[in-house]
Design a binder for this molecule. Structure first.
Ligand code: NAD
Length: 340
């Protein structure tokens, strides 16, 4: 197979650098585009340099002329658009920057793809936040966790959109633009509505990336605050499984184009906050002190993705068990304490 060319925006971030490593090792010529605004991106680039050949473009997705230049020169066969303002909390304090990066930045990417490389497969990293509170899904408490009363498979793509928070709005607008550019301009574009993704190279902080944040805080004896009762549940997906889902979509654009997919661990890969603390306590063989505070606005008791559409259309299922993924994450944190 001839080498193909892939652009990964946000490629120095958590998901991006894992994707760059994966595709760089599989006959893809990878270009990483990033403005390096996220803490830890310099470390991720160093790590990428150790194991992969790639080109780096230091650019902001708000810079339309720079994006046009990059896409014109790049002749890309695939574009993974991951660059984003990623924290709900930051979007509330600075909605203007959130809009410019997530909504306008994605528009810049799509419009530039339309003009410069309309045949490139385009994948947008959307979010489960496009579904908002999902008021129609009743929940009940069961032991250490909440669960859906009547959604055994989780939340599907047919759930009504209900953007909540500026982040939900900016990513939701970008999600809809992605699907509409696919329909109107026939660009093979797909939106992945990602649930909680975790894994190595995630510089999790309290506001974003909770699985990594708990592991980092527990191992480095930093204070952990639980907002709510800690029994809230999320489906969690290892980043290597996510990257395989991107690959499945890139391989079958005729099936993936114009589609939104919920992608997460699904009902088989879920964790409550307290269950993760329990796994970490067993690993460290000590109690982890916790502080409890009020629920954060908009925080759901449960979110679990229904991932059956990805399986049916693209033959994808998550493979990495939560215990194995968390153990790998903890090993990475303990071997790299100086990074945090
Ligand atoms: N990690 C998750 O659990 C999760 C869940 C749902 C959706 N997502 C989406 O997946 C994508 C990747 O997330 P991540 O966890 O790797 O986040 P991350 O913060 O590690 O990576 C985002 C990258 O984008 C870069 N960036 C930010 N603003 C930019 C700009 N204006 N121009 C160019 N680059 C910019 C950052 O420097 C960073 O490297 C994001 O779009 C995010 O919204 C992530």
């Amino acid at each position: 197979m001839a080498t193909k060319r892939m652009l990964i925006t946000g490629g120095a971030g958590f998901v991006g650098c894992n994707a760059a490593r994966y595709f760089g090792g599989r006959n893809w010529n990878v270009t990483v585009l990033d403005n390096l605004s996220r803490a830890g991106t310099d470390k991720n680039l160093e790590w990428l340099n150790e194991g992969t050949t790639f080109d780096f473009v230091h650019l902001d997705v708000r810079d339309r002329a720079g994006i046009d230049r990059t896409l014109k020169e790049g002749r890309f066969d695939a574009v993974l658009h991951l660059a984003a303002q990623v924290a709900v909390t930051t979007s509330v304090t600075d909605p203007s920057a959130d809009f410019a990066i997530n909504a306008l930045g994605t528009f810049n990417m799509l419009d530039s793809v339309r003009l410069n490389c309309p045949e490139a497969v385009f994948i947008f990293a959307s979010t489960n936040k496009v579904y908002g509170k999902i008021a129609g899904a009743a929940t009940e408490l069961s032991g250490t966790r909440y669960r859906y009363a009547d959604r055994p498979h989780g939340i599907s793509e047919t759930e009504p959109l209900d953007f909540l928070s500026p982040y939900g709005c900016s990513k939701g607008a970008a999600d809809q633009y992605t699907l509409d550019f696919a329909r109107i301009y026939n660009i093979p574009a797909t939106s992945f509505r990602q649930s909680c993704i975790y894994g190595t190279r995630q510089f999790g902080v309290e506001d974003q990336g909770w699985v990594a944040w708990f592991a980092i805080a527990a191992l480095l004896r930093k204070d952990i605050t639980i907002y709510g009762d800690g029994k809230q549940v999320r489906d969690v997906l290892h980043v290597n499984d996510l990257v395989r889902a991107y690959e499945a979509a890139i391989r079958s654009p005729e099936k993936a184009a114009q589609q939104a997919f919920n992608v997460g661990g699904g009902p088989q890969h879920t964790l409550s906050l307290l269950e993760l603390i329990d796994i970490l306590e067993k690993r460290l063989d000590r109690k982890i002190p916790l502080r409890f505070d009020a629920w954060r606005p908009g925080d759901q008791q449960v979110y679990v993705s229904d991932i059956r559409k990805l399986d049916t259309l693209l033959g994808w299922k998550p493979e990495i068990p939560v215990t194995e993924g968390v153990s790998q994450l903890c090993a990475w944190v303990s071997q790299n304490k100086a990074l945090f």
